[in-house]
Design a protein around this ligand. Sequence first.
Ligand SMILES: Nc1ncnc2c1ncn2[C@@H]1O[C@H](COP(=O)(O)OP(=O)(O)OP(=O)(O)O)[C@@H](O)[C@H]1O
Ligand SMILES: O=C(O)C1=C[C@@H](O)[C@@H](O)[C@H](O)C1
Ligand SMILES: [Mg+2]
Length: 173
Amino acid sequence: MSPRAVIVGPPGSGKTTIGRLLAKTLGVGFRDSDDDIVARAGRSIADIFAEDGEPAFRALEEETVATALAEHDGVLSLGGGAPLAKGTRARLAGHTVVFLNVGLAAGVQRTGLSSARPLLAGVNPRATFKKLLDERLPVYREVATVEVVTDERTPAEIVADLAARLAPAEAKE
Ligand SMILES: Nc1ncnc2c1ncn2[C@@H]1O[C@H](COP(=O)(O)OP(=O)(O)OP(=O)(O)O)[C@@H](O)[C@H]1O
Ligand SMILES: O=C(O)C1=C[C@@H](O)[C@@H](O)[C@H](O)C1
Ligand SMILES: [Mg+2]
């Protein structure tokens, strides 16, 4: 069993929004590794970061993503930092992985000042977001088989584009 598509990208790129809509369009189930972590830990992500620290969160995330990759055959959205784990990058090999790209301005605007995103909750979210994008772009590109620009495009437009690009080759002939 293998997910039809795995979605990666920075916070605010639309992994949850696009993933859910893509799953509906393809008529398959949707799963989000952030939701799996919250269900498994019985605590919010902000609480796990605050109480256990980021390394403990990342270890739990790697395990949770490995389970979801093995169990789920629909659309699977990963947490924004999930591909930072070397083991997760190795597990993603051979999967259809969609990188939702978002620029600095749109990313900052979409994530706002939400305390639900502990990595962006500091005093200068714009600078933090820029650093995160600079560090992670190569990581997202390493695992992705499809890259989609999301700036100035609606979720419906992005999903229509993606659904066409993910269609099996024979369906396009
Ligand atoms: N293409 C888009 N255009 C405009 N707004 C969008 C778009 N995609 C998502 N959004 C909005 O941006 C916000 C963040 O989207 P979403 O939660 O799907 O991102 P995410 O990648 O799952 O973030 P996180 O990594 O924090 O889970 C939401 O308010 C959503 O409605
Ligand atoms: O980009 C990140 O590192 C994160 C993104 C979210 O999806 C959560 O997984 C968590 O807030 C960390
Ligand atoms: Mg999300």
